[in-house]
Design a protein. Structure first.
Length: 527
């Protein structure tokens, strides 16, 4: 088969301070002492950040899990082009099937960040950047839960569920910035719904930045629009007007990108493409056959139960968000992490209400009551960030470790490509979209490919041609001739690999347990 396209805050006012007459001078040393303590003493959320980094990326398969998708390769190369030329590309850089065709590099700023990380430390820098963003998102999510009054242990459990459900999409790709920005945006919105504050308008410049990092910025105005509709149904007209203005301002701010309104047209065409929904794995419904899917199911059913409680309490806005994003996650697996970010704080708040009521009715010496009191103490020291997370990242960056030097060998033909790199570099190679991404990374600007992971760029015409050739259907030989393909790097399960073994004009160069490399034994008939 061809590869698919894929807090109580620490107070500065104690008994000692309030017993003295008012004087601003004595207060300064106390404030500085508290500030210094917060910088030097790790909080419980700092410990969580460190644990997430170790659990998700240092232990087990390590940082390589972030390179399981080949798209990382072309993102790095696109970023290097932007750095070298001082401008974003408007035409194709990477293919020999659509050379020079119009192309919207809609994640250009994330590409630049990945390229800078790669310049600094190779793939180590790329995975460290992506892992830091993911761990920061989950820590921010945890802090949001505590800010809503969730119990420490409930928030921790829901946070780990969100991490497990989202793990299927923990990759070194631009969408990780959407997860981080959405977690922060929903915190600001939730706080504003409880008590309107001017800080919610920070979402406007945030959207402008976000629109240059990843197209997932549309999740914010969509979510705000859902809150507008809920407020209108509830006849909360002041809130509806406030959020309608916010949504409009965020949408306008998203125009601050190199492609202007063209970016939005491209996103609409991308999301409306039936072919992409059918051909790309991550646009299809979740397959409930993995550990991540179990975590997603728990969040899904927990979120729906929480929705019933929200409706009873008149919290229509949050109920609409949960149901809407649950639907989106069931339609497309790529929305599962977004749903996790949306539902986690809401679910934790509802679960904590039940937990608190249960603990209140239990004896003081019961396990439930003891955990409730211990959790309250932990929560009070989890609402600030010290220097320790930065120190951990610095240590990881400096110390040698099991860092990736290449893409994972169980997913990419690293060894075979390395043994024949002189023949492959710069040649016209027909291979899978994922392996095309890898060749772009491996050989840089001199390489062009038949297809790569930019399904929005190639569209159904080239996409269907690629699939028919990989399956050995239709005029597959004519396709290889027409595009003057010199080499075929075929996954062993492709029907094309069997066909080429017995096709005159092609010879097997090498095969291993993963791939087969074929070369033309006679020149192409076309110039």
């Amino acid at each position: 088969m061809p590869h698919a396209w894929k807090m109580k805050r620490f107070t500065t006012h104690g008994a000692r301070a309030t017993s003295l007459p008012y004087s601003p001078r004595p207060a300064l040393p106390i404030n500085r002492s508290v500030s210094l303590r917060r910088l030097l003493v790790p909080s419980h959320s700092d410990w969580l950040f460190g644990a997430l980094v170790m659990w998700l990326f240092v232990a087990g398969s390590g940082w390589l899990v972030l390179l399981a998708d080949g798209d990382t390769g072309w993102h790095i190369r696109a970023g290097e082009y932007i750095l070298a030329h001082g401008q974003v590309p408007h035409s194709d850089l990477f293919s020999f099937t659509r050379p020079g065709a119009p192309w919207c590099a809609w994640e250009w700023l994330a590409d630049v960040l990945f390229a800078l990380a790669h310049r600094a430390a190779g793939l180590k820098g790329v995975v460290l950047l992506a892992g830091t963003v993911i761990a920061s998102c989950l820590t921010l999510l945890f802090r949001h839960m505590l800010a809503r009054g969730s119990g420490f242990f409930v928030a921790l459990g829901v946070c780990l569920l969100a991490a497990g459900a989202s793990g299927i999409h923990f990759l070194a790709r631009p969408h990780v910035f959407t997860l981080l920005f959405l977690a922060g945006s929903l915190w600001l919105l939730g706080r504003d719904r409880r008590e309107p504050r001017g800080s919610v308008w920070l979402l406007i410049p945030l959207t402008a930045l976000w629109a240059n990092l990843h197209a997932g910025f549309v999740a914010l105005p969509v979510s705000i629009a859902a809150l507008v509709a809920a407020a209108a149904i509830e006849r909360r007209w002041d809130l509806a007007r406030r959020y309608a203005a916010l949504a409009a301002a965020c949408a306008a701010a998203s125009l601050a990108n190199p492609y202007g309104i063209g970016l939005h047209r491209h996103i609409v065409e991308y999301l409306r493409s039936d072919w992409i929904r059918q051909a790309v794995d991550e646009f299809q419904s979740p397959k409930f056959r993995s550990e991540s899917s179990v975590h997603f199911e728990i969040l899904l059913f927990g979120g729906l139960l929480a929705t019933a409680a929200l409706l009873r309490r008149g919290r229509l806005g949050e109920a609409v968000l949960v149901v809407g994003w649950a639907h989106a996650a069931l339609v497309s697996v790529r929305n599962v992490p977004v749903f996790a970010v949306v539902v986690a704080p809401i679910l934790a708040a509802q679960a904590s209400r039940s937990w608190t009521g249960w603990a209140r009715d239990r004896p003081a010496c019961s396990v439930v009551s003891i955990l409730d009191r211990v959790g309250a103490g932990f929560a009070s020291s989890a609402r600030y960030t010290s220097l320790w997370p930065a120190a951990l990242l610095l240590v990881l960056a400096i110390l040698p470790g099991h860092w990736p030097r290449d893409f994972p060998e169980n997913k990419f033909p690293v060894g075979l490509v390395g043994r024949h790199q002189d023949a492959i570099a710069g040649a016209r190679v027909f291979t899978s979209d994922q392996w095309g991404d890898y060749l772009l990374y491996r050989f840089g600007p001199s390489q062009s490919v038949f297809i790569d992971g930019r399904s929005d760029f190639y569209g159904p015409e080239i996409g269907e041609l690629y699939l028919r050739t990989a399956y050995g259907r239709g005029d597959w030989q004519g396709t290889l001739e027409r595009y003057r393909v010199a080499l075929v790097l075929a996954p062993k399960e492709w029907p094309l690999a069997d066909l080429l073994s017995s096709t005159p004009g092609w010879r097997l160069v090498e095969q291993d347990g993963q791939a087969a490399l074929f070369a033309r034994s006679s020149p192409t008939t076309l110039p």
